[in-house]
Design a protein around this ligand. Structure first.
Ligand code: NAP
Length: 251
């Protein structure tokens, strides 16, 4: 068996840059019909152009995961153009880092809504098609921060810890329909997001950028930054035929 996703229809949220862009590209290169999302029309157009160089049956779409109507509208648009989604990668995510004492309620809500509630909405919107097809793959992008309890990342860790819990529950619920649900807990990955985090840690501790990088890497077992493509290959595996027996896992 190979890492076969040929003919599957995949939605990847937050595919404009970073990890999501790499995941969308890897799935498209492996033969899936991919819909990658961005929050702006310009971003969606750039995704469509990027994916067109890998496959002629892909699309870019606008999605704000906090729009209550957004998930249903996206699944309908993808269904009309590519077919009902059989793969969903819940990748879009934000951070609003702050120590508990200074954390504002609006920031807390923004993180929980964007990183956790949106996953409930979008996963539910994709389920009817997956259940009908008796096949499906849901991959949630969580974070290793949940495991190390990174300071200032309370809301973020709560949201990603929520994904860990949902992965277990939904895997149990959806096994009878041949739908797998798994999570990835990336270490520190080289993206714009990571650059902002370095600056934040440097600022918080009054240290320079190199020391901030050393401090952060000390939390990561492999003591190095990962590249988005490394995460994308793990997602490709979980979405493939080969991973049909893997569900409820954290990678
Ligand atoms: P990134 O470079 O900041 O990209 C974030 C993506 O999410 C963008 O495509 C952005 O779209 C999209 N997004 C943001 N808010 C959204 C909203 N309201 N609705 C829909 N899409 C939205 O992030 P990244 O570093 O690649 O991280 C991707 C995922 O991996 C996140 O869930 C993150 O928590 C997780 N992660 C990252 C790391 C790391 O070290 N980088 C480590 C562990 C886990 P626009 O471009 O249109 O704004």
């Amino acid at each position: 068996m190979e890492l076969n996703v040929q003919g599957q229809v995949a939605i990847v949220t937050g595919a404009s840059r970073g990890i999501g862009a790499s995941i969308a590209d890897a799935l498209a290169a492996a033969g899936a019909k991919v819909a990658g999302t961005a929050t702006t029309g310009q971003g969606a157009e750039a995704i469509a152009q990027r994916l067109a160089s890998l496959s002629d049956v892909c699309m870019g779409a606008v999605l704000d995961v906090n729009d209550p109507e957004g998930a249903g509208a996206l699944v309908e648009a993808v269904g009309a153009k590519l077919g009902a989604p059989t793969i969903l990668v819940n990748n879009a995510g934000i951070t609003r880092d702050q120590i508990l004492m200074r954390m504002k309620e609006d920031d807390w809500d923004a993180v929980i809504e964007t990183n956790l509630r949106s996953v409930f909405r979008l996963s539910k919107a994709c389920l009817r098609g997956m259940m009908k097809a008796r096949t499906g793959r849901i991959v949630n992008i969580a974070s290793f921060f949940v495991r190390v309890g990174a300071e200032t990342y309370g809301a973020y860790c709560a949201s990603k810890g929520g994904l860990h819990a949902l992965t277990k529950v939904w895997a149990a619920e959806l096994t009878p329909f041949n739908i797998t649900v798994n999570s990835i807990f990336p270490g520190w990955v080289h993206t714009q997001n990571a650059e902002k985090f370095i600056d934040r840690i440097a600022d918080l501790h009054g240290i320079d950028k190199d020391d901030a990088i050393r401090k952060i890497l000390s939390l990561v077992p492999q003591r190095r930054l990962m590249e988005p493509a490394e995460i994308a290959q793990a997602v490709l595996y979980l979405c493939s035929e080969l991973a049909g027996g893997m569900s409820g896992t954290d990678m």
